[in-house]
Design a protein around this ligand. Structure first.
Ligand SMILES: Nc1ncnc2c1ncn2[C@@H]1O[C@H](COP(=O)(O)OP(=O)(O)OP(=O)(O)O)[C@@H](O)[C@H]1O
Ligand SMILES: [Mg+2]
Length: 416
C-alpha cells in the first residue's frame, strides 16, 4: 500500500493496511488504519449510533451493538432469503464487493415476503462474507442509516437478516448497475448526457445527507456506490462507513482512516479528521473519472499516473489541456465551455484545504447549470447521437489512450 498516497504525513500518523474486507478487483482497494487516530476523545470515538441512539428512543441493544428500531424494514429469516435467491444460486449473482456477494432475489410486492422466481418484484440481496473483518459494524451502520434516511437519490433498504453468523441486507433492485460498470467495465463509451444526469442525481443525494439536521458524512463516495435505476437516476448505496457529522462546537469528527484508495481526501488520510468536505473531495474525484473515463486509482498505469488526481490536477487549470484529458469516447457530445466548467468545479472540489471546497448544494447548482449549457449544435462530429441507447455506442479508448478493459473475473455486469 501507500503507492498512491503522496501526502507526506499520512504514513507517519496512520498505519494503512488492507483490512481483510479488501476487494482485490480493480475498482479500488479498500483500506483502514489499525487504530483510532490520535487526538479523538472517547466520546468522539463512540460508534455513530451510540450517539444517534441517545437522540432516538426505542433502540434494541444486542450483545455486539445497537440496532435502532426501524419499523418499516422487514426482518427476514435466513431461510426466507435462501428461498428468495434460489439458494444463492451462482447464476443469480449480481456482483461482488468487499462486504460479500450480491444476489438477485424475488419478493412479493406488497408484503415483501419471498416469492417464486418471476413473480412479485426483483430485489438485491447482499450476503456478508463470514470472514469479513469489520463486517458487523458496516452491516449495522447500513441498517441504521438507511433505516432512518429516505430520499429519491439514496438506495432503498427494504429489510435485513441477522441469524447466527449470517448478516444480509435486502435492497431495491437497481437494474442499470453502477456508474462504475458503465464507465469502466463495458466496451462501449457511456454518453455524456447520462454522465451528467447521474452526477446531478448523486450530488442531490450527497447534498441531502450534508443538509440533514445532523449532518451525515458518507465517507465512501465512489463510482461503484452510485447505483442506477431503469432511467439512469442515481442512488447512493453502501452506508457501512457513514458517520454522523460533528456536534455543533466541532468542525470535524475523528475516526479510523477507512475508505477506498484514490477517493479519500488528503486531510482525512493525514489526520483521520473527517469533514463533510471530505465527501466533496471524493465527489471531485468521481467528476474527474466521469470527464476522463479513467479510474481514480489504477496501479497498472505508469509511475506517477496511478492516482488520477495527482496525475491530472495540473491539467484542469489549463483550457487547452482540459480538452486533451476528456474521454475520447464522448468527443463531440459536449461543448468546450462545458468541459472547462467541469474542470473548474472538479478543481474546486479537490482543493487540498477542506474549507476551500464548495458545499454539495453549490456543486449541485453548478452541475445543473452545466447541463443547461450543453447545447451541441452539430452532432456530426459526435461519436453517436446521445438520444440513442448507450448500448449502441462503440468501443473507444479512454483518455490518454488507456483502453477499457472487460470486467475482470468475479464481477458480473447487471441490467444488460
Ligand atoms: N441494489 C442493487 N441492485 C443491483 N445491483 C446491485 C445492488 N447493490 C449492489 N449491486 C451490485 O453488486 C455489486 C457489488 O456491490 P457492493 O456494494 O457489494 O460492492 P462495491 O460497491 O463494488 O465495492 P465495495 O464493497 O468496495 O463498496 C456491484 O457490481 C453492484 O453493481
Ligand atoms: Mg458498493
Amino acid at each position: 500500500m501507500g503507492h498512491c498516497f503522496s501526502y507526506p504525513s499520512s504514513t507517519s500518523k496512520t498505519d494503512l493496511h488492507n483490512n481483510g474486507t479488501t476487494n482485490n478487483l480493480s475498482n479500488g482497494t479498500k483500506f483502514s488504519s489499525t487504530t483510532a487516530t490520535t487526538t479523538s476523545s472517547s466520546i468522539e470515538r463512540r460508534s455513530q449510533f451510540s450517539e444517534a441512539a441517545s437522540d432516538t428512543s426505542g433502540g434494541t441493544m444486542s450483545h455486539s451493538g445497537l440496532l435502532l428500531e426501524t419499523p418499516h424494514l422487514k426482518v427476514y429469516s435466513f431461510m426466507e432469503l435462501k428461498t428468495a435467491t434460489k439458494n444463492f444460486k451462482p447464476d443469480s449473482m449480481l456482483g461482488q464487493g468487499g462486504f460479500g456477494k450480491v444476489y438477485r432475489g424475488w419478493v412479493d410486492t406488497k408484503t415483501l415476503a419471498p416469492s417464486k422466481v418471476g413473480s412479485g418484484m426483483i430485489v438485491a440481496v447482499k450476503r456478508l462474507n463470514s470472514d469479513s473483518f469489520q463486517g458487523f459494524a458496516e452491516w449495522r451502520s447500513e441498517v441504521n442509516f438507511l433505516g432512518m434516511l429516505s430520499h429519491p437519490n439514496l438506495v432503498k433498504l427494504l429489510g435485513y437478516c441477522r441469524e447466527d453468523k449470517e448478516l444480509l441486507l435486502v435492497y431495491e433492485f437497481m437494474p442499470k448497475g453502477s456508474l462504475e460498470t458503465h464507465l469502466f467495465r463495458r466496451n462501449e463509451s457511456f454518453p455524456w448526457d447520462l454522465r451528467i444526469k447521474i452526477l446531478i442525481g448523486a450530488a442531490r443525494g450527497l447534498a441531502y445527507l450534508h443538509g440533514s439536521q445532523r449532518e451525515v458524512i458518507y465517507r465512501d463516495f465512489k463510482a461503484s456506490n452510485i447505483l442506477l435505476d431503469s432511467k439512469y437516476d442515481a442512488k447512493i448505496s453502501d452506508f457501512g462507513l457513514a458517520k454522523l457529522g460533528p456536534s455543533q462546537e466541532k468542525s470535524h469528527v475523528t475516526t479510523r482512516v477507512m475508505g477506498t484508495q484514490g477517493y479519500a481526501a488528503p486531510e482525512y488520510m493525514a489526520t483521520g479528521h473527517l469533514y463533510v468536505k471530505s465527501d466533496v473531495y471524493a465527489f471531485g474525484v468521481v467528476l474527474l473519472e466521469v470527464m476522463t473515463g479513467l479510474r481514480a486509482h489504477d496501479p497498472r498505469r505508469p509511475n506517477g499516473q496511478e492516482s488520477l488526481v495527482d496525475w491530472l490536477r495540473p491539467e484542469l487549470s489549463c483550457k487547452y489541456k482540459v480538452k486533451r484529458i476528456m474521454d475520447q469516447g464522448i468527443k463531440g457530445q459536449y461543448t468546450s465551455k462545458v468541459a472547462n466548467e467541469m474542470a473548474r468545479i472538479t478543481l474546486s472540489c479537490i482543493e487540498p484545504e477542506p474549507k476551500n471546497r464548495p458545499h454539495m448544494k453549490e456543486v449541485l447548482d453548478v452541475l445543473e447549470q452545466i447541463r443547461k449549457l450543453n447545447v451541441v449544435p452539430d452532432t456530426k462530429s459526435a461519436v453517436a447521437s446521445p438520444s440513442r441507447s448507450p448500448h449502441h455506442y462503440h468501443y473507444r479508448a479512454g483518455a490518454a489512450g488507456v483502453e477499457r478493459k472487460r470486467a475482470p473475473p468475479g464481477r458480473f455486469g447487471v441490467g444488460k
